[in-house]
Every structure is written in structure tokens, then in C-alpha cells.
Design a protein around this ligand. Structure first.
Ligand code: BJW
Length: 239
């Protein structure tokens, strides 16, 4: 039996699969990852200069420009065959949850209904001062509609910032109660998100990883499929 046939069989026996995804999930959509050596976002930008509260404080225009550039890329791209395969699985009756570190909104756009976006949504803005009601789709002005300060920033989680407690709790519950876990397209380096997959390894249900490269998870998973998410997922999730 091939590895894909094994994974299909395991998935068919399950009811509540969880897909834990990272930047590699959207690679075939045309969205760069963060840490790929050649075209990753951090290959020629330092995260400290663009994705931290202190970077925004020091140079809001530079940080906003970086995010506007990425928003433009996302507007030109769309969910790929991998996102669509996960959404189709839900439509065929599985209780699918997606726990994603991605901020592009492509799982939701593909039609997945239970998506925990741990690191936020890049297309939205919110007030850096925490004003309730300041969330809005990205706008051209940096002025918060509530406090009127020049404090709007992308609605993402930067290094040194806490993730939303409720989202983290609900993601933990989804992973602790699933009956098969897919770890897809993440380097597994960023915490606390990566800790969710670490937790799953101790539970005893099947864990499958899809990634062209080995990661800290690879030696612990049950089946490793080396390659692109958009290539494997339609074969695994398809009827
Ligand atoms: C394919 C593919 C294909 C390619 N198909 N696959 C120890 C020391 C120092 C700091 C820390 C520490 N432990 C924890 C921390 C803190 C820090 C952290 O984890 N740092 C580590 C880097 C060490 N974490 C935080 O700060 C978090 N907050 C926190 O911990 O709060 C408590 C706290 C408060 C105060 C002080 C300390 C702690 C917040 C983390 C927020 C991360 N934010 C970002 C940016 C989001 C906004 C934006 O988009 O700009 O989130 S960073 C970036 O990394 C982004 C991603 O979601 C995240 C994960 O990256 P991901 O998805 O894994 O992408 P890559 O590029 O790393 O990997 C891509 C993978 O795809 C690769 O494996 C490829 O092989 C693969 N691939 N093509 C499938 N076609």
C-alpha cells in the first residue's frame, strides 16, 4: 500500500480531522513563506524590523508599507487545490477544524467554516491602543475611527505579543479531541502555535505531516509525505 493510500484509509476511519497549517499551505497560491532560504519573507527582511510592536513604534510607515505590499500580493492570489480539498472534505460530512498560523484568510475563502486563525487576519486593521470596535478591513488612513489617533495597524500577532486566549483555548480543544491530525507547511519554530502540535504527539491518534522539508515534527509523526500541500491534499481528501 502506498503512503497516500494509508493516509486515505486513516482519514476515512476518522470523523474529526484537524488540519494545522502554516505558510507552506499557501505556497502554491503564490504567497511566500517566511523562512524559505531563497524567497521567504525573512530572507531579506529582519522580522525584528517589521513584525514586532517596537518596529511599529519606531517606524509605523515602514511597517504599514510592508503589510500593504503583502496585502496587494494576497489580493492577486487565491486559495489553491489544497485549501479547496480541505473545504470539500467538510462538505462531504467530516467535522473538520482548521488551526492555522496563516493570516491570508484562504481557508475561509475556500469554504472551510471552522477556522482558528491564531495569528490574525492581515487584511484587517485594528487600533494599536486596543480600542474596542476598531477592527475594520484594511484602510488607507492610519487613523483609528474610535480614538482618532494615528494608531491603526494590521490585525496580526507580532513577536512578543500574546495570542488571543479564547482562540488558543478553542484550538487546543480541537486538537486534543480530534481523531487524526495533519501538520502542513509549517517549520514548527514559532510558539505557542507549534506547542499545539507538540501536544498532539502524546495523544496516540494518527499524525500526518506534509512538507517538502523535514521539521522538528517529522521524526515523531506517523506518516511524513515529503512534498507540496496542494499536490497531496486533493489525493488524500478526494472521493
Ligand atoms: C511547504 C511548501 C509547500 C514550503 N507545501 N509546505 C524562545 C526564545 C525567544 C522567543 C521565544 C522563544 N519561545 C517563544 C518565543 C516567542 C516567539 C517565538 O516563538 N519565537 C521563535 C521564533 C523562537 N513567539 C511569540 O512571540 C508569540 N507570542 C508569544 O509567545 O507571546 C508570549 C510572549 C510575550 C512576550 C515575550 C515572549 C513571549 C507570537 C508569535 C507571532 C508570530 N507572528 C508571525 C507573523 C504574523 C504576522 C505576519 O504575517 O506578518 O507569524 S512570524 C511568522 O512565523 C508568522 C507565521 O504564522 C509563523 C510561523 O511560520 P510558518 O507558518 O511555520 O512558516 P515558515 O516560513 O517558518 O515555514 C514554512 C514551511 O512550509 C517550511 O517548513 C517549508 O518547508 C514548508 N513549505 N513550501 C507544504 N508547497
Amino acid at each position: 500500500m502506498t503512503k497516500i493510500e494509508q493516509v486515505r484509509r486513516l482519514l476515512k476511519k476518522s470523523q474529526s480531522p484537524v488540519f494545522f497549517t502554516g505558510a507552506g499551505m499557501s505556497k502554491e497560491s503564490g504567497i511566500p513563506t517566511f523562512r524559505d532560504a531563497i524567497d521567504g519573507l525573512w530572507s531579506d527582511n529582519r522580522p525584528e524590523d517589521l513584525a514586532t510592536p517596537s518596529a511599529f513604534h519606531a517606524d509605523p510607515a515602514k511597517v504599514r508599507a510592508f503589510y500593504e505590499y503583502r496585502r496587494a500580493t494576497i489580493r492577486d492570489c487565491e486559495p489553491n487545490a489544497g485549501h479547496l480539498a480541505i473545504a470539500a472534505l467538510e462538505n462531504s460530512g467530516f467535522h473538520v477544524s482548521v488551526v492555522t498560523q496563516n493570516v491570508d484568510g484562504f481557508h475561509e475563502a475556500a469554504g472551510s467554516s471552522k477556522v482558528f486563525a491564531l495569528h490574525g487576519n492581515i487584511m484587517e486593521d485594528r487600533c494599536n491602543e486596543g480600542c474596542p470596535g476598531s477592527h475594520a478591513m484594511g484602510r488607507h488612513s492610519g487613523i483609528c475611527p474610535v480614538c482618532k489617533k494615528d494608531a491603526l495597524r494590521p490585525n496580526v500577532v507580532w513577536f512578543g505579543e500574546s495570542l488571543d486566549d479564547d482562540l488558543l483555548l478553542r484550538s487546543t480543544v480541537a486538537i486534543m479531541t480530534c481523531d487524526i491530525l495533519f501538520i502542513i507547511g509549517t517549520s514548527g519554530l514559532v510558539y505557542p502555535a507549534a506547542g499545539l502540535a507538540d501536544l498532539a504527539m502524546q495523544r496516540g491518534f494518527p499524525v500526518i505531516e506534509i512538507n517538502p522539508e523535514a521539521t522538528p515534527f517529522t521524526e515523531q509523526v506517523d506518516i511524513f509525505l515529503p512534498g507540496a500541500a496542494a499536490k497531496f491534499l486533493p489525493k488524500i481528501c478526494g472521493a
